[in-house]
Design a protein around this ligand. Structure first.
Ligand code: MSP
Length: 507
């Protein structure tokens, strides 16, 4: 944590096709983190964007018969529209074709060259290049002559003279950094993978491509006088830095980032190559990298190139129950530190049992009982702190601080479950029949309103629109409090406003 500020980023998506469930999962998870940090009182900078250069994008444009710029403009608009639809609260949107980004990349490469002149060298290289990954592949990553991650694509045998980055030089530095900062890369499984990689030895990497025109020109001319195109990852990774304004003054206000959220397939790029680039440039490293798992369909990851999920349109999936239930489902179903399956059956089950019957029912019966028995106003009484609220908030904060979003959602849901059990046990409708038990009824209604208010805040990062609405119904125009205020939240005298079911039961 960096005091009152939090700079959070996601991977920037390739502008070669439409967003799918996998992209959405990452952005929704990062958004839940961003919203959680804001609820903890931090000033958050939340950056997302598009990765628009490279062969993969150029090939997609060619296949569509349009110029690369037109292709990336089109796709970026579609991604942006989807993120708006899903209520993603990023306040920054970077595209690698933007002039300030290109200028920043050039400045970064020049800075590395100046500080560590020996880090770039020319060499003739040959190897199998996977356009899907935009990476040269090593033996273990190739199966039946194809990249294991992109089995539908042909690998390209490439032989050319390129600029190299002396990654091997940073092996000891990286190992020491991992040792000194056990939570630099999480979850643990990702860290162990990278430690094994570091122990097996790092190879230098080719960072330019000959004849690659849809790229940022590499600012150092080759010995034959030719200018090569910067390898797309050397262009894309610095987006996190260039978004802060680098190299212009003031970028240190936000750099280094507090958290890079990326998928497990690109952890090596973020936890090894990117830190080495920064170290070479004498710039601080990001504080944390989180490598989430994959959303799977029938056991295989959603992916454009392998065609998994091709028949499952993201917009249609969001249409089914609306954006917030979609967000909730993904984050509840697919653990933030592992893989998980998308399935309509599970979606329907969770929607009905947890949202319509669990949370929705708690909200509607609380609001309608306060309306019916107390004219819509929560009884004024000086309530004791509720141990269940304290427990739920404590569990939620511990989980969210450790980036275990699924456990955060589970802790919040635990309170819903408890509140519904409490209502079933107390039976306020029975208590209401006996006028002598007025104080008991007051206490029960107060407790219920407090549960609903607390749950609305805890679930806000997961379902911002629905929980914003629930908060308004319970609290009117009071500002939503931060998490720290929840254990002592006082709801006395609040006026309720019942409305239509928040999560209508499917017809
Ligand atoms: N452009 C690079 C990232 C550059 S970051 C400097 C890239 N793009 S991508 O479009 O292929 O993937 C973007 C993000 O979506 C990655 O973090 C990737 O792991 C994630 N996902 C893509 N498919 C996914 C699933 N099926 N499930 C979860 N996330 C996955 O890589």
């Amino acid at each position: 944590m960096s005091g009152g500020r939090f700079y959070l980023t996601t991977a920037i998506d390739y502008a070669n096709g439409d967003p799918h469930q996998g992209h959405a999962y990452e952005k929704i998870g990062a958004d839940a983190s961003a919203r959680y940090q804001r609820l903890q009182g931090r000033q958050v900078r939340f950056c997302m964007g598009m990765d628009e250069h490279g062969q993969k994008v150029a090939q997609a444009a060619a296949a569509n018969g349009i110029a690369p710029q037109e292709q990336v403009d089109r796709i970026a608009a579609r991604f942006e529209a989807m993120w708006k639809r899903l209520h993603i609260s990023n306040d920054r949107w970077i595209r690698t074709t933007q002039p300030h980004h290109k200028r920043g990349v050039k400045a970064l490469i020049e800075r590395i060259h100046q500080r560590s002149p020996d880090d770039f060298y020319e060499k003739t290289y040959e190897g199998w290049y996977c356009v899907g990954c935009e990476l040269f592949k090593r033996e273990g990553e190739i199966e039946d002559g194809r990249c294991v991650l992109h089995p539908t694509r042909e690998l390209q045998w490439t032989e050319e003279r390129n600029w190299f980055f002396r990654l091997s030089k940073y092996q000891d530095f990286l190992r020491a950094h991992f040792d000194a900062h056990p939570d630099f890369l999480r979850p643990e499984a990702r860290r162990n993978e990278m430690l094994a990689l570091l122990d097996s030895g790092l190879e230098d990497i080719s960072i330019t491509r000959a004849r690659l025109t849809w790229a940022i020109p590499f600012p150092i001319p080759s010995s034959d006088g030719e200018t090569q195109g910067t390898w797309v990852w050397f262009d894309a990774l610095p987006n996190y830095l260039t978004d802060t304004g680098y190299p212009d003054e003031g970028y240190e206000e936000w750099w280094p980032a507090d958290l890079h959220v990326v998928g497990k397939d690109i952890v090596r790029l973020h936890a090894v190559i990117w830190p080495a680039m920064l170290q070479a440039a004498g710039l601080p490293l990001p504080r944390h990298v989180w490598g989430h798992g994959f959303v799977l369909l029938g056991g295989e990851r959603f992916s454009k190139s392998s065609g998994v999920g091709a028949g499952l349109d993201l917009n249609e999936a969001v249409d089914r129950y609306g954006p917030d239930p979609f967000r909730y489902f993904l984050l509840r179903e697919v653990p933030w530190d592992a893989d998980g399956n998308f399935s309509w059956e599970r979606f329907a089950e969770r929607y009905t049992s947890e949202l319509a019957n669990g949370l929705g029912n708690l909200a509607s019966r609380t609001l309608s009982m306060v309306a019916k028995y107390r004219g819509g106003v929560t009884p004024s009484l000086s309530a004791e702190p509720d141990a269940e609220v304290e427990k739920a908030v404590g569990g939620y904060v511990a989980a969210m601080d450790a980036n275990r979003l699924h456990e955060g959602a589970a802790a919040a849901f635990g309170l819903v479950w408890h509140a519904n059990a409490y209502v079933a046990e107390v039976q306020p409708w029975t208590v209401a029949r006996d006028e002598a038990r007025g104080a008991e009824l007051d206490a029960a209604l107060y407790a219920m309103v407090r549960y609903v208010a607390v749950v609305a805040v805890l679930f806000f990062p997961f379902m911002p629109e629905k929980m914003g609405e629930l908060w308004r119904r319970v609290a009117g125009d009071r500002e939503m409090p931060g998490i720290a205020a929840l254990p002592t939240l006082d709801v006395a005298g609040w006026t309720m406003e019942p409305g239509d079911p928040l999560f209508p039961r499917p017809a």
